[in-house]
Ligand binder design. Sequence first.
Ligand SMILES: [Cu+2]
Length: 117
Amino acid sequence: MDVLKENVMKMTIISKCCLLNMILAAPLVFATEHEIIQLDKKFNVQEITIKPGDSIKFKNKEKDITHNVFSLGPKNAFELKSQLPGQESKVEFKEPGTTEVECAIHQTMKLKVTVKK
Ligand SMILES: [Cu+2]
């Protein structure tokens, strides 16, 4: 086999390997960051569906109202603790399932987060 053919074959094998790596790494690359805004003692949406591994950035856009966003789970339980106006916090949702997200200070605030593949 001449050198040129050999090189072409090597290149072909390398590019196939690269492609395979990209396909295998895809689920990590495509984890999405969603944004939920808290304004006027409400979440900007009442429900959201995301994929396992995605995260939600909770943004307190109030002028002078503090929130404490939490979820009791059983899947994806979390608590942001006191979140002052202007603050934002990111929560990763790893487990498939549905979670009711609430605010410990304002009981009317409700957000349903569904995590599914
Ligand atoms: Cu609140």
